[in-house]
Design a protein around this ligand. Structure first.
Ligand code: E4P
Length: 215
């Protein structure tokens, strides 16, 4: 399973890289706003740091023509750019045009397995079900991921399942068990995966015992 970082903050991207766990980056307009910097500056910084792994950049137009125009511009920035397009009627039409031109698309704001079926048919490279936001309204976010896995396997769709809106390490575990291709999370969640209190206690005990070993 690939680990993407869900952020536009360059320091966080550098930290995930240093941990050796950065397989890609997903941004969105809210993440860009949180940096306090301009879009172009943020994108240039990220693309200078992440040269091979996929970097999702989101369009902000809401009509097909505008999304296609923005998507083409974004794709020109670097070969590893993936164009993030919202899963609306206009968006799915744009996904098809961009995918047919060989531009990789990340279908974002997916909340049902039927939307996932549509975007796979439109040729999206990634589908992003927002599991945490579904859980937040009392639905079963990971249940949707399970359904998408089954649908894609039934028909051999190549679209990769990118679990998004991740809230905690249990989401990571569930995504891995279901066979999601990618998970995108915040740096905090990635860091949490490394830690277990018994690892710390065990290490402390080993080091204490080691002091008794004649040198
Ligand atoms: C995915 O690509 C999105 O950027 C992201 O996961 C949104 O999640 P949020 O609900 O934490 O904003």
């Amino acid at each position: 399973m690939k680990f993407f970082l869900d952020t536009a903050k360059i320091e966080e991207i550098r930290r995930a890289k240093e941990l050796g766990m950065l397989d890609g980056v997903t941004t969105n307009p809210s993440h860009v706003a949180a940096t306090g910097k301009g879009f172009r500056q943020v994108v240039d910084e990220i693309l200078a740091e992440v040269r091979e792994e996929p970097v999702s950049l989101e369009v902000v137009a809401t009509d097909t023509e505008g999304m296609v125009r923005e998507g083409r511009e974004l794709a020109k920035l670097a070969p590893n750019v993936v164009v993030k397009v919202p899963t609306t009627v206009e968006g799915v039409k744009a996904m098809k045009v961009l995918s047919q031109e060989g531009i990789k698309v990340n279908a974002t704001l997916v909340f049902s397995s039927l939307q996932a079926l549509l975007v796979a048919k439109a040729g999206a490279a990634y589908v992003s079900p927002f599991v945490g936001r579904l859980d937040g309204i009392g639905h079963d976010g990971m249940g949707i991921v399970e359904e998408i896995r089954q649908i894609y396997d039934n028909y051999d769709f190549a679209t990769e399942i990118l679990v998004a809106a991740v809230r905690h390490p249990q989401h990571v575990l569930q995504a891995a068990l279901v066979g999601a291709d990618v998970i995108t999370f915040r740096l905090e969640t990635l860091e949490q995966l490394f830690h277990h209190p018994m690892t710390d206690v065990g290490l402390e005990r080993f080091l204490k015992d080691w002091e008794k070993v004649p040198q």
